[in-house]
Design a protein around this ligand. Structure first.
Ligand code: PGA
Length: 248
């Protein structure tokens, strides 16, 4: 199976020049890569990044979409329809930073997923437990609750990727062991199969870097990586891409 390596740029970089420089590097690495490569610039950089990546194998995506509509009186929002118009191919939905800083819950995320699908983008749904939930053995129960957002939405298999991202591993340099990640990914895949979603790629995210990527990539149930900090430097992102293409 072809794996996925997606850069989550978050609120980075500070300038359009830096974003376009990084996009040129990603275009080069994606065209030679044996895995799918994508990145999610901030909305203000999307048009420029998307233009650079057009005609290449790299995907541009967005980090969020408006829950309520394609256009209209939704001040400050950007819609899935607008992202599609600018060449985006996917949207990250439910990232833990959106859940934490913007109070996003399953009810809101269900609307965002519907908008994303309606406008032809692939959904990269992020799920993951907090440190406290991890320490109290609640990881799988929390993931089941987060995955329940898919119930009744009729998301087509080919329009869905899951990113398992333990909240405590994001940006901390800490990660679960590959053994733990493998067990969790098996659980996620089984839970999805129960929803008649049995061919979904499950990516791991949370402090993936150029040093640990090969270990995650070697695991047969890790179908790719969602990479934050290490996706902002072309050199480290390229090492991660290579690790996943070797294992594909
Ligand atoms: P990180 O972020 O790689 O910097 O830990 C991952 C993410 O938030 O998607």
């Amino acid at each position: 199976m072809t794996k996925y390596v997606i850069g989550n740029w978050k609120l980075n970089p500070a300038t359009l020049t830096e974003a376009t420089t990084l996009a040129h590097a990603i275009k080069k690495m994606a065209d030679n890569a044996g895995c799918h490569v994508g990145c999610t610039p901030s909305f203000v950089h999307l048009a420029a990044v998307s233009e650079i990546l057009s005609g290449s194998k790299a995907w541009a995506g967005v980090q969020d979409v408006c829950a309520f509509g394609a256009t209209g009186a939704f001040t400050g929002d950007v819609s899935a329809a607008q992202a599609t118009d600018l060449g985006a191919k996917f949207a990250i939905i439910g990232h833990s930073e959106r859940r934490q800083y913007h109070g996003e819950d399953n009810a809101l995320l269900a609307k965002k997923i519907s908008q994303t699908i309606e406008h032809g983008l692939v959904v990269v749904l992020c799920i993951g437990e907090t440190k406290d939930e991890y320490e109290h053995g609640k990881t799988l129960a929390v993931l089941d609750t987060q995955l329940a957002v898919l119930d009744g939405l009729g998301v087509p298999q080919e329009k869905l990727l899951i990113a398992y991202e333990p909240v405590w591993a994001i940006g901390t340099g800490l990660t679960p062991t590959v053994f733990e990640v493998a067990n969790t990914h098996r659980h996620i895949k089984a839970a999805l199969a129960n929803k008649e979603l049995d061919e979904i790629c499950v990516l791991y995210g949370g402090s993936v870097n150029d040093k640990n990527a090969a270990e995650f990539a070697s695991c047969d149930v890790v179908d790719g990586a969602l990479v934050g900090g290490a996706s902002l430097k072309a050199e480290s992102f390229s090492v991660i891409v290579q690790a996943f293409e070797k294992s594909a």
